[in-house]
Design a binder for this molecule. Structure first.
Ligand code: ADP
Ligand code: MG
Length: 299
């Protein structure tokens, strides 16, 4: 209690105002955190500075007693600035964490995929032998991506339920945390829903957004039912633009790349090996194939 005594003794309220004021003043100045602050700055503080700062000190004192809903997420800090003690409101760690989570969420656009993928973090993905190569390649990608924004993507192939979409969600959220824009698109549903865009201009805009985002993840390629039009005017256009601009693009598929070629050949009413080969060239350029194996985790 050493340094506080000189301040307590010099209260100008002692005579002029009643006992209540004096008691409150003592309570404020004896508050452990305020006391600690005064001890820390005792060389620079004078009784005048303390007297002039009583309202800030009182506010600080109250903030420890009650949680003010107006300032929730922030905690006040005492600052000695010139001849007065003032308050500075700094965000609490929990608020910073919440803001970070929100910005990650904002940077990932899920198209036809479950909202829960926003919460997947690479750090939570367990290491299993079947997914180790994919995790290693994703990590290499991330290291490279932090240096330049154009490394080649990956094509994760493997059976249903091994965790391809889950891994890619972890990747999406990590890239989003780097403050880059990610689109994560479930291709079969997207292709099936294209007709809902037919009557307006929104399809061209949507294709442009998908073609130009920082990171594109195309989920379940090979499971979509393509028409000539959706293959050549939508999918091929998106992949061509990403190739031209060397924009990172990832895929997941139940098919190996070799099988995907066969899938692209056949649309509803034609067989077109040349178009299929050209589409496959783009997939090859954009992504390196890596197999994910393991048990079906959907059980
Ligand atoms: P795929 O895309 O290969 O078909 P998913 O990524 O959809 O597989 O994974 C199948 C299920 O297993 C999902 O419900 C997913 O949430 C869950 N899952 C996948 N990997 C993990 C993991 N490492 N930890 C916990 N759950 C997982
Ligand atoms: Mg999947």
């Amino acid at each position: 209690m050493q340094p506080i005594n000189k301040f307590l003794a010099h209260g100008n309220a002692t005579k002029a105002q009643g006992h209540d004021n004096e008691n409150l003043r003592k309570q404020i100045l004896n508050n452990p955190k305020i006391h600690e602050f005064i001890s820390q700055y005792q060389d620079r503080l004078t009784p005048e500075i303390i007297n002039n700062s009583l309202s800030s000190l009182y506010e600080y004192y109250l903030s420890q007693e009650h949680d003010d809903p107006v300032t929730s997420g922030y905690r006040p800090e005492l600052i000695l600035s010139g001849q007065a003690i003032t308050l500075k409101y700094v965000p609490k760690e929990s608020k910073l964490e919440k803001d970070r989570e929100q910005s990650i969420k904002k940077n990932v656009r899920l198209i036809n995929l479950p909202f829960a993928l926003h919460d997947v973090r690479l750090s939570q993905v367990e290491m299993a032998p079947g997914r180790a190569p994919a995790i290693a390649d994703i990590q290499t990608f991330l290291v490279n991506y932090s240096k330049n924004h154009h490394p080649q993507g990956l094509y994760l192939s493997g059976d249903f339920g091994v965790g391809k979409t889950y891994l890619l969600a972890g990747l999406a959220n990590t890239v989003a945390a780097m403050n880059r824009q990610v689109i994560f698109l479930h291709l079969p549903t997207f292709i099936a829903n294209l007709s809902s865009h037919f009557n307006d201009n929104s399809l061209a805009d949507e294709v442009q957004r998908i073609a130009q985002c920082d990171l594109l993840i195309i989920d379940d390629i090979g499971a979509e039912t393509l028409s000539q039009w959706s293959r050549d005017e939508v999918l091929a256009v998106i992949l061509q633009a990403r190739m031209d601009n060397v924009l990172p693009t990832f895929f997941s598929s139940n098919m190996a790349m070799e099988e995907l070629k066969e899938h692209f050949k056949e649309t509803r009413n034609a067989i077109d090996p040349v178009k299929a080969a050209r589409l496959m060239e783009r997939v090859h350029f954009l992504a390196k194939e890596i197999v994910v194996s393991g048990p079906n985790r959907r059980n």
